[in-house]
Design a protein around this ligand. Structure first.
Ligand SMILES: [Fe+2]
Length: 351
């Protein structure tokens, strides 16, 4: 067995877009850590394909499992030596955690935001929720501010379990903040906090599978959306955001992970964003750290994990990039209703 054949076998068996390079990434990650969550995090290989590949590596005699650890065997060590694979290096900047910017004026609202977030509704599986750390949300706001997409601008947040609308409103700089969420608990929470804190946030209950209300179309300078990761779901939610933008010069922000999206899916998404009239101006990888959600043992990928251990709440392994787009042409997206299951595709792992 060699890596090319193993990659081919995984592709045939699963139909995942798994490459020889993905196999190298997994082996490099195992050289760095024996812990499954660190291996998932360091390798940046979609979780479902990774689980399958690690099983194939065990069948090939390259790795062994002991309790909750994954370890290279002697033949495995020989293989990585022959291939010249070195341990994965993270080298994340300790000051900004690799995000590449300062909080700046957003630091002033940090304590108030964290206090507010303490009583937030817990993530539930029904809506594929899972929120980012408060720090991630604050850096998001700083990034949008620094790009000129907040001050004096009208902002739409599509799906807001991360409480971006509240964090943006706390800065006092946007002209208008509107948030939509399907979950009545989150809508009510944002309304209650806004009232108590004297913030101007319009919170509306809305299912993004339904077309956007007419009055929200072509009405915003900026949108923020952390979509579900299936290809269809991602494009649908991003498309809703784009249809809410005024036109050229308006900007959109999205989260996109490697955990549930292969580079083939990334490419499909990038192509779609570009053909909808946008240029991709920024991709900041690993910008968002997610707080481990309570339904981790019932998520789709759990049963596929080669070794099982429930990660601690503050042991982030699910991360996503922050992507910024800016329209350079009038938006070309349809505002139509979406039928059927938009949350799952073969790579979906956490639904
Ligand atoms: Fe830094």
């Amino acid at each position: 067995m060699d890596l090319r054949r193993l990659a081919g076998d995984v592709r045939v068996k699963t139909s995942y877009a798994f490459t020889e390079r993905d196999g190298e990434r997994i082996l490099a990650a195992i050289l760095s850590s024996e812990d499954i969550w660190r291996v998932i995090d360091l390798s940046d290989v979609p979780m479902m394909a990774l689980c399958e590949a690690i099983r194939a590596m065990r069948a090939a005699g390259w790795v062994e499992f002991t309790e909750s650890r994954i370890r290279l065997t002697d033949p495995g060590r020989k293989l990585v030596q022959e291939l010249g694979i070195a341990p994965a290096l993270e080298l994340r900047c300790g000051r900004c955690r690799g995000r590449g910017l300062e909080l700046g004026p957003v630091a002033k609202i940090a304590d108030r935001f964290k206090e507010i977030a303490r009583s937030r509704p817990e993530a539930i599986q029904t809506y594929d929720q899972g929120y980012v750390t408060e720090e991630s949300t604050l850096y998001r706001v700083a990034f949008m501010w620094a790009r000129g997409d907040l001050a004096g601008k009208e902002l739409l947040v599509l799906g807001d379990d991360d409480l971006v609308s509240l964090a943006c409103a706390l800065t006092g700089i946007p002209r208008r903040v509107v948030m939509l969420d399907i979950d009545e608990r989150i809508v009510q929470f944002v309304r209650d906090v806004a009232r108590a804190e004297g913030l101007e946030v319009e919170a509306l209950q809305h299912d993004l599978r339904e077309p956007l209300p007419e009055e929200l179309l072509s009405a915003f300078d900026t949108f923020f959306c952390d979509p579900t990761e299936s290809l269809r779901g991602f494009l649908a939610f991003a498309g809703r955001g784009i249809s809410a933008l005024r036109g050229p010069g308006s900007a959109g922000y999205m989260g996109l992970t490697r955990r549930e999206a292969s580079l083939s899916k990334w490419r499909a998404i990038q192509k779609e964003l570009i053909s909808s009239g946008a240029a991709i101006t920024d991709i900041r990888d690993d910008f968002h750290d997610y707080v481990n959600w309570p339904y981790i043992e019932t998520m789709r990928a759990w049963g596929h994990l080669p070794v099982k251990r429930v990660p601690g709440r503050d042991e982030p392994w699910y991360r996503s990039a922050l992507i910024r787009i800016e329209l350079v042409e009038p938006p070309r997206v349809e505002n139509v209703r979406l039928e059927g299951d938009i949350f799952t595709d073969p790579e979906a792992a956490t639904t």
